[in-house]
Design a protein around this ligand. Sequence first.
Ligand code: FCB
Length: 445
Amino acid sequence: MHKKFPSDFLFGVATSSFQIEGAVHEHGRGESIWDRFCRQPGAISDASNGDIACDHVHRLEEDLDLIASLGVNCYRFSIAWPRVQALGHGAFNEQGLDFYQRLVDGLLKRQIKPVATLYHWDLPQALQDQGGWANRETVHRFVDYARHVHKHLGDRLHMISTHNEPWCAATLGHDVGIHAPGIKNRAIAAQVSHHLMLSHGLALQAMRADGATANLGIVLNMGPSVPASPMPDDIAAARRADALSRRWYSDPLLRGQYPQEIIEELGADAPKIEAGDMAILQTPMDHLGINYYTRHVAQASGQHWSARAHGLPVSEMEWEIYPEGLTDILCQMKADYPHLPPVFITENGGAFPDKAPAEGPVQDLDRLSYLQEHMAAVTVARERGVQVDGYMVWSLMDNFEWGFGYSKRFGIVHVDYDTLKRTPKASALWYRDFLQQWRKNGGQA
Ligand code: FCB
C-alpha cells in the first residue's frame, strides 16, 4: 500500500488541546467552557474532567520524542484559546503562547510539520458568559485571537485550520446539549453554526491580509448518509441527514448558500444572516480537512439505526466500521463541488476496548486493521481522482473523549492514567513500520 501514496503526502497523528493538555490552572490559562461543563453533574459519563488529562503540557519534550519516534511528517494539534487569551478578549497571555512556541519549535527541530487548529471547542468561559458563539461579537473576538496566533506562530505553521467540526460545536453543544456549553435550543444552534463559519471566513481574510504563508482552511466531520431501505421515505430521510450534517457546512463554504430545504425547515429558527455574510463564508480555502469515522444510516421513523443489531462490525463507540464510506464521501465531495480544495483526512481512527497485557504493547489488532482499511480507502479515492494530500490518525494517544471522559480509548499509544506512562500499541508500531517502508520508497520524512 505504501507505494500508492506520493512522496509529498502528509502522514500524521492528531490530538486536541483540551483532550490532552491538562495544566488548566497554570501559566495564566483562563477557564474554558469544557472546564465548566465537566462540573455539571452527569455531563461526563465517568465524572472526569480535563484538569490533568494526559498531562501533555508538563510532558511536552517526551511527547515530541514520542511523535518523532513514529516517523510521521506532520502533527495536528489545537491551540487552546483560553491559554493564549484567558478571557477571550483583552490581554493576551505570553506564557500561554510560549507553550505553543515550544511545541512548534520542537516539531520543526524534529522535521515534523505543525498542523494547527485554532478552535477545537474550548471557548473561553468569559465569552460564553456574554452569549458565546450565539453572540456575533464572539466572531470578532475569534478574528483577533486568530490574528494574534498567526502573528506569533504563523511563519512556522504548515497548515492552519480555523475550526474543527463546527457541526459538533453547534449541534452537540447547542441543540442536543451533550457537549459544552450544554444548551438545548435549535435556534441558538443554527445561529452558532453561522457565526462559527463567519468567523472562519473573516479569520482567513485577516490572516491573508497579514501576509499568511501557511495553508489555510477548515476541518469538517462527514460521512455518507444512506437510507436504511429503498423506501422513498428513507431515501428522503437520508437526504435530509446529509443536508443537515454535511451540506449545511460544505454548501456555504464551497457554493455560497445554505441548503434551502433546511432553511425552510428551520423557519423562524433559521440563523440571522447579515448582508455580505455569505460572500465571507465563501472565502477561498487552501485545504479542506475531513474527519471520517463512520457512515450514517437514516430511517424515516427517525429511530436510531443500530449497526450492531444488523450484525455489522462496530467500534466501542457503536460506530459502524465502514471503510468504503471514506472513499464514498471523498468521491461525493468531488462530484458535488467543482472548486473543492485539496483534501486532508485530518482525523480517522477508532475506540476499541484495549486490554493491556501483563507485558509488551497492547495488541490492538482491531484498531490496526481499521487504520489499514481506511488508508486503503483513501488510495481508492485518489485513484478515482480525488486530491487527498494527507492522512492523520485520531489519535496520537488515549485521551479525554468529551462526554465519555477517559472511558473510550482512541490512541495508537496507550496512556496509563495512574502513572501517565505512554506505551505505543501494536497499531502505532505498525504505522511506524508502514511509514518506514513508504520512506524507503521515496516518501519524505
Ligand atoms: C471527533 C473530534 C475529536 C475526537 C474524535 C473521536 O469528533 O474532533 O476531538 O473526539 O471525534
